[in-house]
Ligand binder design. Structure first.
Ligand SMILES: NC(=O)c1ccc[n+]([C@@H]2O[C@H](COP(=O)([O-])OP(=O)(O)OC[C@H]3O[C@@H](n4cnc5c(N)ncnc54)[C@H](O)[C@@H]3O)[C@@H](O)[C@H]2O)c1
Length: 313
């Protein structure tokens, strides 16, 4: 196991849960927690470090932007939480300015030519667009968590309803990490076979599971103030693909330079490895699925356009 992961926002719920997921997964050798709440970051690092006697490495410490050089992956979870009555896209006005500050501080800290940035803060697709266009790095090194979490939620809910192991279910949610996310029902597989062969499966059951997955973030917000554990595990999937150069295909959010979705940052099935984005995979979608994805692109195009004309809103 090797690799250094710096989490900016590491004292928050998502940041500390991400560190815990990386620790339990023994995903990297070193974790640095950076946060404006410096004492809270020290506390999280201390607490996590006490567990290292049970699980072994990584080493975990609280740090500052001075620790950024040498990071293989920088995970940004710094931000403001969604208010109960607020959509993820409405968060943009409060989070964009903060995020630009973080980007500026990251560039000033000179991370290195191979560092990959993984954006988690919401609205993740829009902030990934900002990072991809304003960091001055090759866009392949900027990745948003996108719909990785939504896809985990969808698979878990399907597994629960069908009473099978969700880890053996494959499937995808694409598009915006937000209200317009687009499920790809035709991608659903169980142990590699079409999920339609499982007893109890029906289109209606899949649609119901998707409807619950789509509002799951809001439900976590209502019940416990925000999601954390599953987000940490979603981040771990992406970080592991980067550090181990696996080329895993994940629904991460990236800036699309060509094709139907040119200029939009959202999730398509993407091969992820040590260089970041290796390849965006060709899509095999039904007409309805393509229409839903095109709608999601339109929603984000509008928001990104608004952001470009009001950069500090
Ligand atoms: N992409 C996803 O799938 C997903 C899922 C869940 C939550 N989120 C998002 O993750 C973000 C964090 O959520 P949370 O529940 O951890 O919130 P939180 O309030 O618990 O943590 C945010 C942390 O960011 C820190 N912070 C603020 N400004 C900073 C700065 N300039 N530099 C360094 N640290 C700074 C705060 O001190 C705090 O510790 C939110 O935007 C949330 O919407 C994304």
């Amino acid at each position: 196991m090797s690799g250094k992961v710096t989490i900016v926002g590491g004292a928050g719920r998502v940041g500390s849960n991400t560190a815990y997921a990386l620790q339990l997964g023994q995903t990297c050798a070193e974790i640095v927690l950076v946060d404006v709440a410096a004492e809270a970051a020290q506390g999280e690092a201390l607490d996590l470090t006490h567990g290292s006697a049970a699980v072994g490495p990584p080493s975990i410490k609280a740090g500052s932007y001075e620790d950024i050089p040498g990071s293989d992956v920088i995970v940004v979870t710094a931000g403001l939480r969604r208010r109960p009555d607020e959509s993820r896209l409405q968060l943009i006005e409060r989070n964009a300015a903060l995020f630009r500050t973080v980007i500026g501080d990251l560039v000033a800290a000179a991370p290195g030519p191979d560092t990959i940035l993984l954006v988690v803060t919401n609205p993740v697709d829009v902030l990934t667009y900002l990072a991809a266009t304003e960091l001055g790095w090759p866009p392949a090194r900027t990745i948003g968590l996108g719909t990785v979490l939504d896809t985990l939620r969808f698979r878990s809910l399907l597994g629960q309803r069908l009473e099978v192991d969700p880890a053996r279910i494959d499937g995808l949610i694409l598009g915006e990490h937000g209200d317009s996310m687009a499920p790809v029902f035709s991608s659903l597989r169980y142990d590699g076979d079409p999920i339609t062969s499982l007893p109890g499966y029906s289109d209606r059951l899949a649609q119901e599971a998707f409807a619950v997955a789509r509002t799951a973030g809001a439900e976590c917000l209502r019940l416990k103030g925000g999601a954390g554990y599953a987000v940490g595990l979603a981040v771990r999937e992406v970080v592991a693909a980067i550090l181990n150069d696996t080329g895993a295909v994940l629904p991460v959010s990236t800036l699309h330079a060509s094709g139907d979705f040119q200029g939009v940052t959202f999730s398509l099935p993407t091969r992820v490895g040590r260089s970041g984005v290796q390849e965006v995979m060709p899509l095999a979608l039904s007409e309805d699925e393509h229409r839903a994805l095109a709608h999601s692109a339109e929603v984000l195009r509008e928001t990104i356009g608004r952001l470009a004309s009001e950069p500090t809103a």
